[in-house]
Design a protein around this ligand. Structure first.
Ligand code: S3P
Length: 164
């Protein structure tokens, strides 16, 4: 089996869907944010951004992606910014099919209302601009696109399984 790499903006449901895919396919699920955190010696993603800066976070993301390039039979849920460095995607694509979870900003905004764990969503206007910019990157790297608005995580998971 090729790895399944989930990409998409913050709040698009990557982690939830990755967990469901992992259960259905009986393969391991890896969250790149968790791997980054483990390498950072910090307590949260927010703390990495505040104490080490976003650049350090992106360096760790690249390290994680390069290690995951060799893995087989895993579901990989990426952080929403993984696509800003093409090298990361090149590593992940080595053994994997990239699935873009496309979600509208309106839905994301509702979902992440009050969330204080995502440093890049603390200002909703900046987040909206980031969304517009990132959208093109997700589209560039996708092998498969799943439109997720109005679909349950279970339905999204089934659509992915039908398409791969
Ligand atoms: C980020 C998304 C986050 C996390 C970090 C940066 C981004 O992951 O990696 O806060 O740049 O979009 P999620 O997409 O899981 O929220």
């Amino acid at each position: 089996m090729k790895n399944i790499i989930l990409i998409g903006f913050m709040g698009s449901g990557k982690s939830t869907v990755a967990a469901l895919l992992s259960k259905k396919l009986r393969v391991n699920c890896i969250e790149t944010d968790k791997e980054v955190l483990a390498r950072s010696h910090r307590n949260s993603i927010g703390e990495i951004f505040v104490k080490d800066g976003e650049m350090r976070f992106r360096e760790l993301e690249l390290e994680v992606a390069s290690h995951l390039g060799d893995r087989k039979d895993v579901i990989i849920s990426t952080g929403g910014g993984m696509v800003i460095n093409k090298l990361c995607i090149d590593h992940l694509k080595q053994n994997g099919v990239v699935v873009y979870l496309e979600t509208s900003f309106e839905v994301i905004e509702k979902r992440l209302n009050g969330d204080d764990t995502r440093p890049l969503f603390s200002d909703v206007n900046k987040a909206r601009k980031l969304f517009q910019f990132r959208k093109h990157l997700y589209e560039e790297y996708e092998d498969i696109r799943i439109t997720t608005d109005n679909q349950t995580a279970e339905e999204i998971t089934n659509s992915i399984l039908e398409k791969i």
